[in-house]
Ligand binder design. Structure first.
Ligand code: AHG
Ligand code: MN
Ligand code: MN
Length: 338
């Protein structure tokens, strides 16, 4: 790319030239990006800062019963503080908050709803492996003056923007507003995100899968069959060898898939059969599914397109299979046969 295009310019052009986004949504996305920059700074500090080190546990649990890391809480606060005063939002929801967060009365109210997983891949924080922030933007339902949790319960196909920021060797923000997927790399000298990749497409076929293999004995038959066939390599029904990657940060696994293809699975399993899966629908699976679909891939829970699932609660969980289209269609076909 000969001329550097900043995130600001990209969004202005999405608004002005292409008419894809209204000004309030542009502002919202800029604020989210600014918050991600701050989280990136905090991540980089790691063990520096002595007593204020961002590593380690916060000694509390979130609504999902998971131990919160200090950085989970810090990232959550950064996102709230950055977004509450701008006038573009009505409310926010987060993996780290039991209930929705209403924009305080002292600030102007907007019409958007922001959902986020402030820090994805928490188990990787202390071991210096890539982590990220995932976000999804919905519009408040018309005719509702006061926002309630039920306003958030919209299917993923209603999202107006979605993205993530991965804090890895580089800090990269990946975004869709329904016009393809664009990637922006944080230029620390300039302090701004610069467009480094546009119109991302995922190849329909792949020879790489991502799944936590230690759960194999707990999987359902269709997932067992799919992975077993991949593992048989050139001697098996697939007639080709597969490589495996598992970073344990969905953001980083999805980033690899958007970069070079592949398939990611975190399926329902028998460890906690009453739960639909481990990952959360509204602020993990939906935004990632939209990015993947916008790049030509597919995302399913095995039986249904993830973005068509009508959520019944804010922290709802879901079985996730996403990535290269032909692989996702294959694993869906195995589900419909059983
Ligand atoms: P979070 O850190 O936000 O709770 O999410 C972690 C998720 C996801 O990012 C990742 O793919 C998965 O949990 C890893 O789970 P396992 O540790 O079971 O492999
Ligand atoms: Mn997560
Ligand atoms: Mn998280």
């Amino acid at each position: 790319m000969s001329q550097k295009i900043s995130l600001t310019r990209y969004l202005v052009e999405q608004q002005r030239i292409d008419g894809h986004i209204p000004p309030e949504l542009r502002l919202l996305l800029e604020v989210v990006a600014r918050a991600c920059k701050s989280i990136s700074q905090a991540v980089n500090k790691g063990a520096l800062g002595g007593e204020n080190s961002i590593l380690g546990s916060a000694g509390s649990e979130n609504v999902q019963g998971e131990v919160q890391k200090k950085l989970d809480i810090i990232a959550n606060e950064v996102l709230i503080e950055a977004n509450e005063w701008g006038g573009h939002l009505a409310a926010m929801a987060s993996e780290e908050m039991d209930n929705i967060y209403l924009v305080p009365n002292r600030y102007p109210q907007g019409e958007y709803l922001l959902l986020f997983d402030p820090l994805d891949g928490s188990s990787n924080i202390d071991v210096n492996v890539s982590i990220g922030t995932i976000f999804s933007v919905l519009k408040k339902l018309e005719g509702h003056a006061a926002v309630e949790e039920s306003d958030f319960l919209q299917a993923g196909n209603q999202q107006v923007a979605a993205g993530y920021c991965v804090y890895g060797p580089q800090t990269t923000l990946v975004l869709t507003v329904g016009d393809g997927v664009a990637m922006f790399t944080l230029d620390r000298e300039q302090g701004s995100f610069v467009l480094t990749e546009e119109n991302i497409t995922i190849p329909a076929d792949t020879q790489e899968f991502a799944i936590n293999m230690s759960n194999m004995r707990h999987w359902d038959e269709p997932v067992k069959r799919y992975i077993d066939e991949c593992l048989q390599g050139t001697d098996g029904p697939r007639g080709k060898n597969f490589n495996m990657r598992w970073i344990a940060s969905m953001v980083a696994d999805v980033h690899r898939i958007l970069t070079r293809g592949g398939v990611f699975l975190y399926p329902w399993d028998k460890r906690e059969p009453e739960k639909a899966g481990k990952l959360r629908l509204m602020y993990e699976a939906n935004p990632m599914s939209w990015l993947i679909e916008q790049a030509g891939g597919a995302a399913t829970n095995g039986r249904q397109r993830i973005m068509d699932i009508q959520p019944a609660k804010l922290h709802e969980r879901v079985s996730v299979m996403l990535g290269s289209k032909n692989e996702v269609e294959r694993v869906s076909a195995y589900h419909s046969k059983l």
